[in-house]
Ligand binder design. Structure first.
Ligand code: GLU
Length: 490
């Protein structure tokens, strides 16, 4: 197929937030379109009115935009094949139902929900797989017309041919075959006049000239129905690619019970879009070598459906965290600064202490970023892992106190304060030299001061270089904190 004919779609149902599996489907479609110079289309499949959630479409579009997956055609953006929202296309589906009825490959079914329920129970008792028993297929034309005239509600079902193999090839799975006996006479038009997913999906894929249907494995078992519908209409099949299932680490199907599944949740937790997109890309796809860190632009160049495998992809949160760390440390200082400032202003209330970003100027925050860069996974870690850059410690780690603080420590620290006090515009090396002098005059090793000093300024036993911390806090603040610790640590 020449590259200008590639047209792919992401066709979510607006039933709530965008699921990470949905983002994966959207991403793979987007990447395939970008790689091949094709078009990426967003189509909203909202014909199941009972599952419709207010605001879900807006949220979907917002989330795709956040992730950088801009679509070429779709709601709001428009395009030559609209409308792109299925509830605005009901006339189109009705017209196509007429075609199928005319061809006698579909029929009206007047069975009541009660009768269908009864039928299902009996099939269950006999351990048969649930399937419509085709009672309404036996109705005469007159019976059908009378029922319509009397206003009986009905659905339209597809008439699945008996005992024929239904075949299609899948780019990821190869040749797939289902016997038609396993396919139910699927409802195509519901009694409320709305089409089911199956009809609307096939009609729209055809009318929107979709070349490749790339979607999750959960739709594989619906594909025979779709293939039959294409045959009924006499339309050419698109190419299919069913993406592997997403699994929890215990290899069960990815579920809410074992962690977050909404993209929104990851965003709210402070994951970078770069990390999430990179992580999602690796759920089923690999570049064929050891590389793991990719930007969206790199993925657009590297992606291919041939490198998508069919075995389930495990959603490993440690890997996502690692990618977040990697992408955060690749960001320029100025970008991290902007994110840190935003974090400081927005999370003031939830922080244990009050910080106003205006309290700390850009220069100060940039030096904190420089000191902590290699130690943070999330932007919030700048505050959570090194709160001492924003406030004097309120407590001192008892294990460190026990190990590093003895009766002579206050005395030794007083000598250190004397040395520090005499420094003028000190640099790192000046603090270091001052500490050496203090240790010498107290006749102790440097360690006898280094550890208590770290404890005094940070409340902790570890962190970035001690003299980096001291330099960032400045002479006055450092001395104040040493005196505070002498007072408080017993
Ligand atoms: N509306 C379906 C969904 O919610 C689309 C499946 C497909 O891509 O065909 O995922």
């Amino acid at each position: 197929m020449s590259s200008d004919t590639v047209r792919v779609r992401f066709a979510p149902s607006p039933t709530g937030f965008l699921h990470v599996g949905g983002l994966r489907t959207a991403l793979f479609n987007f990447l395939f379109a970008r790689k091949t110079g094709g078009k990426f289309i967003l189509r909203i499949e909202d014909t199941d009115r009972t599952r419709y959630v207010e605001g879900a479409v807006e949220n979907l579009i917002k989330t795709l935009h956040w992730a950088g997956l801009e679509y070429d055609e779709g709601p709001i953006a428009g395009g030559d094949y609209g409308p792109y929202v299925q509830s605005e296309r009901t006339d189109i589906y009705k017209k196509h139902i007429e075609i199928l009825l005319e061809k006698r490959v579909a029929y009206r079914c007047f069975c009541t929900p009660e009768r269908l329920e009864q039928m299902r129970k009996e099939q269950e008792k006999k351990r048969l797989s649930p399937k419509y028993d085709r009672r309404c297929l036996l109705l005469s034309e007159k019976e059908v017309q009378d029922s319509i005239a009397s206003g009986k509600p009905f659905v339209v079902r597809m008439k699945v041919p008996e005992h024929v193999p239904v075949r299609f090839s899948d780019i990821i799975r190869g040749e797939v075959e289902f016997m038609s006996d396993r396919v139910d006479d699927q409802v195509l038009l519901k009694s409320d006049g709305y089409p089911t997913y199956h009809l609307a999906n096939v009609v729209d894929d055809h009318l929107m000239k979709i070349s490749h249907v790339i979607r999750g494995e959960e739709w594989l078992s619906s594909t025979p129905k779709h293939v039959l519908l294409y045959e009924f209409f006499g339309w050419e099949l698109p190419k299919f690619a069913h993406l592997p299932l997403l699994l929890n680490p215990d290899r069960s199907k990815l579920s809410k019970r074992q962690g977050d599944v909404a993209v929104e949740d990851y965003r709210a937790k402070g994951y970078l879009k770069e990390a999430l997109v990179n992580f999602i890309a690796l759920l089923g796809w690999n570049p064929g070598d050891e590389r793991e860190i990719f930007t969206l632009e790199e993925l657009e160049k590297e992606f291919s459906l041939e490198r998508v495998n069919k075995s389930g992809a495990v959603f490993n949160i440690e890997k996502l965290n690692w990618l977040n760390f990697q992408h955060l440390r690749r960001k320029p200082d100025t970008e991290v600064l902007a994110m840190l400032k935003e974090y400081l202003t927005h999370s003031q209330n939830s922080l244990q202490f009050t910080v106003h970003s205006s309290q700390f100027d850009d220069q100060y925050l940039l030096s904190v970023i420089g000191a902590m860069r290699e130690r943070v996974t999330f932007v919030k870690d700048f505050v959570e892992k090194s709160p001492y850059f924003f406030q004097a410690p309120k407590a001192y780690d008892p294990a460190v106190v026990k190990k590093r603080w003895n009766q002579q420590t206050p005395e030794h620290l007083k000598v250190l304060v004397d040395e520090f006090s005499q420094l003028v515009s000190p640099q790192k090396k000046d603090y270091e030299a001052a500490l050496h002098r203090a240790a010498e005059s107290s006749k102790i090793g440097n360690g006898g001061l280094i550890h208590p000093l770290r404890l005094a300024v940070s409340g902790m036993g570890e962190g970035p270089g001690l003299f980096d911390i001291v330099l960032i806090l400045g002479k006055e603040e450092t001395i104040r904190r040493i005196n505070l610790a002498i007072e408080r640590i017993k």
